[in-house]
Write a protein that binds this ligand. Sequence first.
Ligand SMILES: Nc1nc2c(ncn2[C@@H]2O[C@H](COP(=O)(O)OP(=O)(O)O)[C@@H](O)[C@H]2O)c(=O)[nH]1
Ligand SMILES: [Mg+2]
Length: 196
Amino acid sequence: MSSRPSPIPTFKCVIVGKEGCGKSTFIHRHLTGHFEQKYLPTFGITVIKLIFPTTRGPICFEMWEGGKAEYVQYRNPFFKNVQCAIVMFDLSLKDPFKNFDEYYSMSNMLPSDILKFVCGNKADQELGNPSPLPTNIHRCTKMSVKTNMNTLLPFLHLSRRIFKDPSLEVMPRTTLLPAQVEPNRQERQPEQDKDL
Ligand SMILES: Nc1nc2c(ncn2[C@@H]2O[C@H](COP(=O)(O)OP(=O)(O)O)[C@@H](O)[C@H]2O)c(=O)[nH]1
Ligand SMILES: [Mg+2]
């Protein structure tokens, strides 16, 4: 009797925010564990699946990122069947929440019950006196993709809400990298022979 592994629960998650705020770098950080210093603007729509191990089993976030033109259009495939959203601001700007309504009100294009996580990236470069949070937003988590501060929190928060389990824990994806394998004795033999 063959037991097929059950499919990993997968959720479509859009990431929105002004160009240059760090959306691609955030996804790349989770994908590779590295910080990308170069700015490579996103054109069109990119979709990358990120699978995280959690205490409730693996969860997959299908991350949708659009270039500037993509997510401002109404009724486009970007927002179709979306289940959660990460709204990102750039704290290194003089006025990080300029155009706040533009990004936050994308919720008008999303179902009202969508799960959202709002974050301010580039906290490592935050200016001394940031502008206050707009009144219709209650919490904006500071993050730095560069220093890896709070980068797992969006997925922790969203997974806890999805599974309705406030004690759920998410492990970083890098723990999925294969463990370093010690070569067995036979494989080591030629190396040792050389020393004889
Ligand atoms: N200082 C700093 N720079 C960052 C951080 N996150 C991203 N960046 C830089 O911001 C630039 C734009 O990032 P990118 O992810 O392409 O922005 P996107 O247009 O929102 O996708 C790149 O040069 C990144 O290296 C961060 O946390 N701190
Ligand atoms: Mg990008």
